[in-house]
Design a protein around this ligand. Structure first.
Ligand SMILES: Nc1ncnc2c1ncn2[C@@H]1O[C@H](COP(=O)(O)OP(=O)(O)O)[C@@H](O)[C@H]1O
Ligand SMILES: Cc1cn([C@H]2C[C@H](O)[C@@H](COP(=O)(O)OP(=O)(O)O)O2)c(=O)[nH]c1=O
Length: 211
């Protein structure tokens, strides 16, 4: 995709991957290298986005949430995060790291829930205003995702899905990785220390940190 192949022009990093793949653990592990970085997460990261987060993450609606409605909710949160935080901070010369990006919508709503992936891409490229991050994709097989999920105390409605859902999510991530520039795969089945080390090596390669 020509529109996805731009240069990494800003110090903007995204950690992606299935829930419980170890993204937040790794970001915490890199803390001393990311002292001046602006850290955000999706959904949320702004007052507006946090309100949407509360709605879309609930486990108990009493009725199914339409995947298109979910996608538009995540996109609204993302649009606000990009315009209120990510772009201004980057323009101000800061480095930014985000836990999740529109690739989560592609994987969960597209791969997991079957929403049209071309549509997700088109809307998301508008929402993210041409920003192409360096992506650290935490790859983990669904069996291990389910094992780790057992230890999680704040399950959201996607965490409650069965293994075939997570297999589709992973497939969509792998498919996206073939199309998106600056996409690096981190083997998330390794020890916490090795995962952190691999992440730092990629950031170092891009000149974003010094180790
Ligand atoms: N490399 C790892 N090996 C084993 N367990 C891990 C590893 N990284 C994280 N965990 C554990 O897996 C669970 C989910 O990790 P977390 O960082 O919250 O994932 P995420 O942010 O991707 O949802 C936590 O209990 C965490 O301690
Ligand atoms: C940003 C985003 C998240 N999600 C889902 C994936 C997760 O189940 C949940 C985010 O949960 P969260 O607790 O923030 O992250 P994690 O599980 O990685 O610790 O929202 C989507 O389905 N689409 C999206 O676009």
């Amino acid at each position: 995709m020509a529109t996805m192949k731009s240069e990494l022009v800003r110090p903007f990093v995204v950690v992606e991957g299935m829930s419980s793949s170890g993204k937040s653990t790794a970001v915490r592990g890199m803390d001393k290298y990311l002292v001046d970085w602006v850290k955000v997460r999706e959904p949320g990261g702004t007052e507006f986005g946090d309100l949407i987060r509360t709605v879309v993450q609930q486990t108990e609606f009493g009725h199914p949430v339409d995947p298109l409605a979910a996608f538009l909710g995540y996109s609204a949160s993302r649009a606000q995060l990009v315009s209120e935080v990510i772009l201004p901070e980057l323009v101000d010369g800061k480095s930014v790291i985000s836990d999740r990006w529109w690739y989560s919508s592609y994987a969960y709503q597209g791969g997991g829930e079957g929403l049209d992936r071309g549509f997700i891409r088109t809307v998301s490229l508008k929402v993210t205003r041409g920003l192409v991050p360096l992506t650290l994709f935490f790859d983990l097989v669904p069996e291990v995702v389910l094992e780790r999920r057992g230890a999680k105390d704040d399950l959201d409605r996607y965490d409650l899905q069965a293994i075939d859902f997570f297999a589709r999510v992973r497939q969509a991530y792998l498919e996206l990785g073939e199309q998106v520039d600056h996409w690096r795969v981190i083997d998330a089945s390794q020890s916490r220390d090795k995962v952190v080390q691999d992440c730092l090596e990629v950031l170092c390669e891009y000149g974003l940190v010094r180790i």
